[in-house]
Ligand binder design. Structure first.
Ligand code: GN1
Ligand code: MG
Length: 355
């Protein structure tokens, strides 16, 4: 199926078993299993990433910087094709790239133990820490306004004007939830419009399945680096809250199973702060808990907007899929807001421990 693509990377398709791989929603990913080496082949979704060379340029710059400053750091960068480029364009105009498969690694879709949460948070913190002195102006925005909550809200409003009446009626509770939580948007706007928090190099997709673990459940490295670009640390922390705290993920349809595992919050805080504690500004630290509100709300908005837009972005595996995902996220938001007093107490006690 990918014969010509593999040839462009200097591989023979007869030497590999090709299988769909991972659970990403945007790019198509395949694992190539061979006798000597395994690879991951990925087709970039150019409806989303309109300039795939921006990704390649960013990753090359980061790779070069890290190989000089932290030579032992495992940074899984794409491999060069025979053309010397990292991207191969297929006859149909699609872009592909190839990564080495990290031996003995696996991903998880839902966190099972606190150690995994600590380690994953530490990995994301380490990444941003190691790039603290890197000149962020060198990086391209691979997705402009990706985590701009104001824009996500405006997109939602636009979608609610054009959506069909049936979908609007079906989504009425979720639309109410958006308006009932506008204080989140307000806080975001205040932070961003007054430049109260700095831009840093962040990952922007800290879902747990973007961390590779070894057989002993130790975190090995980060993957899915397409959205590595300047952004706010709130994005990374917030998406960890969104995806690590609940025992079930955003695909869960039984909403009664969604709840917040408060001890996992402590692990995220400790793991991230073990790397970034001395770097973050006071304002950033004060918004640690807010980051979860921001990212859960944003993902709820994004799923809801896509439902109103007839599923053009995320696609849908069953009718109302994106509405169910939005319901899931707004339920999680409620649980998260309820747990905030406990989170505050936890932060205070961890900080005391380290004083
Ligand atoms: C998308 O493709 P994947 O699953 O890594 C999305 C993230 C969302 C996530 C929700 C480029 O990530 O922002 O949080 O789905 N990535 C893009 O599962 O839109
Ligand atoms: Mg992913």
């Amino acid at each position: 199926m990918f014969d010509n693509i593999l040839i462009s990377f200097g591989l023979k398709s007869a030497d590999y078993k090709v299988e769909a791989f991972g659970s990403g929603l945007i790019n198509h990913t395949y694992k190539l299993t061979g006798k000597a080496h395994d690879y991951v082949l990925q087709q970039i979704n150019t409806n989303v990433f309109k300039k795939p060379h921006n990704i390649v340029n960013n990753l090359s710059l980061v790779k070069e910087y890290l190989s000089e400053t932290n030579p032992d750091y495992l940074f899984v960068a794409p491999l060069k094709a025979l053309s010397n480029d990292f991207l191969v364009k297929s006859a149909t105009g699609d872009y592909f790239r190839l990564f080495p498969f990290v031996k003995g690694s696996h991903t998880v879709n839902t966190l099972e133990n606190e150690q995994e949460a600590y380690q994953a948070a530490q990995q994301f913190g380490r990444f941003t820490r190691m790039l603290h002195d890197f000149d962020i102006n060198k990086l391209e925005y691979t997705l402009v306004d990706f985590h701009n909550l104001k824009l996500r809200f405006d997109q939602f409003k636009a979608a609610s004007v054009t959506a069909n009446a049936l979908r609007l009626a079906q989504a009425s509770d979720e639309i109410k939830a958006v308006y009932n939580n506008l204080q989140i948007l307000q806080t975001y706007n205040e932070l961003v419009s007054n430049n109260k928090i700095p831009l840093r190099v962040v990952h922007h997709d800290t879902k747990i399945n973007n961390v590779l673990f070894d057989a002993n459940k130790n975190a090995l490295c980060l993957v899915d680096l397409d959205t590595v670009m300047p952004g706010y640390y709130l994005s990374d922390i917030g998406d960890m809250m969104r995806t690590y705290l609940s025992p079930v993920n955003e695909e869960e349809t039984d909403l009664s199973q969604i709840h917040v595992r408060e001890d996992f919050f402590r692990c995220i805080y400790k793991g991230y702060m073990s790397e970034m504690g001395s770097i973050l500004t006071e304002t950033e630290k004060q918004h640690f808990i807010f980051s979860g509100e921001m990212m859960i709300y944003m993902q709820g908005l994004r799923f809801l907007t896509d439902f109103l837009n007839n599923d053009i972005y995320y696609g849908a595996k069953y009718p109302d899929h994106n509405l169910v995902r939005a319901k899931n996220q707004f339920k999680l938001l409620t649980e998260y807001l309820n747990a905030e007093p406990t989170f505050k107490t936890m932060i205070a006690s961890v900080d005391k421990e380290f004083l």
